[in-house]
Ligand binder design. Structure first.
Ligand code: MN
Length: 128
């Protein structure tokens, strides 16, 4: 199994935070700043896990999840998707899960929680 993670996020501060946090654990981070680029990256690259912001400038994260799950690239039916959003409103978790996400995480991003959530699906190259 690889350790390629795709983060679909339009906020540069969150992107930098997650990049540093995951690269420090040996993961390789692929970055997409909007939903369409995110879906395209997922289809183009060999991705082992997707971190998905919900509030994106074009299509929202729910739509991104649905497009990834219904992609003609078979592996994307099974790639783990962790939804990450500031909208911790009631019902968001359910919406993310019903759109095809596996797990839901709220912002602000807690690095230890991020590591734990990611490692539950993809072992850190540094823990091998
Ligand atoms: Mn956003």
């Amino acid at each position: 199994m690889g350790s390629n993670i795709l983060y679909i996020e339009d906020n540069p501060d969150n992107m930098m935070l997650v990049k540093r946090a995951l690269e420090s654990r040996g993961y390789t981070l692929f970055q997409a700043m909007n939903g369409f680029d995110g879906v395209a990256s997922a289809e183009r690259e060999e991705i082992d896990l997707i971190l998905l912001d919900i509030n994106l400038p074009d299509i929202d994260g729910y739509e991104v999840a649905r497009r990834i799950r219904s992609s003609s690239k078979h592996a994307l039916a099974y790639v783990p998707i962790i939804a990450v959003t500031a909208n911790a409103l009631k019902g968001d978790a359910e919406k993310a899960l019903s759109a095809g996400c596996d797990v839901y995480m709220s912002k602000p991003i807690n690095i230890r929680e991020l590591w734990a959530r990611v490692e539950a699906f993809v072992p850190s190259p540094k823990s091998k």
